[in-house]
Design a protein around this ligand. Structure first.
Ligand SMILES: C[S@@+](CC[C@H](N)C(=O)[O-])C[C@H]1O[C@@H](n2cnc3c(N)ncnc32)[C@H](O)[C@@H]1O
Length: 361
């Protein structure tokens, strides 16, 4: 079994330089040995980073409450109500959602089919184990296009921290030349190093409005993730009715360029330490960047979806909680749930950077 560092080295030796997006793809998804392929317990206190899911079951319970309302709005309340999840990793969120629906909405639960989009056989095995009590409710497809084979036309498609795990290209601004260049990865004395790639100017994407370029400092960095946009556009295309939801840390168009972020948003996580040593130990640390929500929103709208909301995680979850309390589904929160809600919404925790995009058809 080849380790990510060896596979990356071989590719660089063949071509001299690879894009950072290719480096990230191999570091995270190299078959069997990539970071997300080989490591099950990366989320949570004992892992490398926390997510809203690892704060406790309340996050999934609030989503389940919201999904019920969305599923009831579907044009035909057929015998099957599909919820599609992508980026399920260990399957915890699916477990929280299904547990709540089973206990609180038994009639709806009967009709629910939870489909997980999971390209990796390893991760599917972890999910099967976590969800063994729901084996009749859960089905897997390895890619979005297979949803058509399952006669999926509409329902809810959702993800939490999926889009930030897609590979990103990193670009830098050359103030003297007034042009962007892409940062690539090469080898120097056997070690991975950053190099400027040479691209035809016309092949570079439009990275920022021209009026902003006039004031950008030399070296300013920004990332793009065409893979995330392609994924979203494909999901949008499959949805003939229902909702497409994603929750992630990211920026709106206005937030994307800030003097405080000269080096972009790419970072590595290992044992809850954040680092900008992005080329160190490929396969042993998470690599991630903020989601460009403006680009994602545009991709969905180009596929014909309507943007229903783009909000912060605190706004989104507070609205659901208020509705749930009014409808007496949550009599109130116990002390443990209050702590979870605070972690999910407080600006010092997960409340500041997390955004929610809901589009519909
Ligand atoms: C940061 S983890 C999110 C885990 C979980 N949703 C949570 O919030 O705790 C991102 C997950 O997305 C998975 N992933 C990446 N690309 C994917 C794709 N195209 N389809 C489905 N999952 C994908 C990764 O392998 C990883 O398991």
């Amino acid at each position: 079994m080849k380790m990510p560092a060896d596979v990356i080295r071989e590719e660089i030796l063949k071509s001299g330089v690879i894009s950072f997006a290719r480096f990230m793809e191999l570091a995270l998804y190299c078959p069997e040995t990539g970071y997300y392929e080989a490591n099950r317990d990366i989320v949570g206190q004992r892992g490398d980073f926390i997510t809203s899911v690892s704060t406790g079951s309340l996050f999934g319970e609030l989503l389940a409450f919201q999904f019920e309302e969305w599923l009831q709005e579907l044009p035909v309340g057929g015998c099957r109500l599909p919820i599609v999840e992508a980026g399920a990793h260990g399957g915890q969120l699916a477990g929280d959602i299904l547990t709540w629906l089973q206990a609180n909405r038994p009639k709806l639960f009967e009709k629910i089919e939870h489909i997980i989009v999971e390209p990796s056989r390893n991760r599917q095995r972890w999910q099967e184990e976590t969800l063994k009590n729901f084996s009749e409710k859960v089905a897997w497809v390895s890619q979005l296009s297979e949803l058509k084979d399952r006669q999926f036309t509409g329902g809810v498609i959702f993800s939490n921290e999926l889009l930030d795990a897609f590979p990103v290209h990193r670009y830098g601004w050359d103030a003297a030349k007034k042009s962007w260049f892409e940062w690539g990865v090469a080898l120097e004395a056997g070690n991975f190093c950053w190099v400027r790639m040479t691209h035809d100017k016309s092949s570079l994407p439009q990275l920022c409005p021209p009026e902003l370029e006039a004031v950008l400092p030399d070296g300013y960095m920004v990332e793009t993730s065409p893979a995330a946009e392609i994924w979203w556009r494909e999901a949008a295309g499959i949805l003939s009715h229902g909702k497409l939801l994603t929750i992630d840390y990211g920026h709106s168009a206005e937030e994307r360029f800030s003097p405080a972020r000269l080096r972009g948003t790419l970072r590595a996580y290992r044992r809850h330490q954040v680092s900008d040593e992005l080329l160190a130990n490929p396969g042993e640390q998470d690599l991630t960047a903020h989601v460009n929500f403006f680009a994602i929103q545009k991709a969905g709208e180009a596929a014909g979806l309507k943007t229903e909301q783009f909000s912060t995680q605190p706004q989104f979850l507070t609205r659901i909680l208020q509705k749930a309390v009014t409808e007496k589904m949550f009599a109130g929160l116990n002390a443990k749930q209050v702590r979870q809600f605070q972690t999910l919404t407080h600006l010092e925790h997960l409340g500041r950077a997390f955004r929610v995009l809901v589009q519909s058809r």
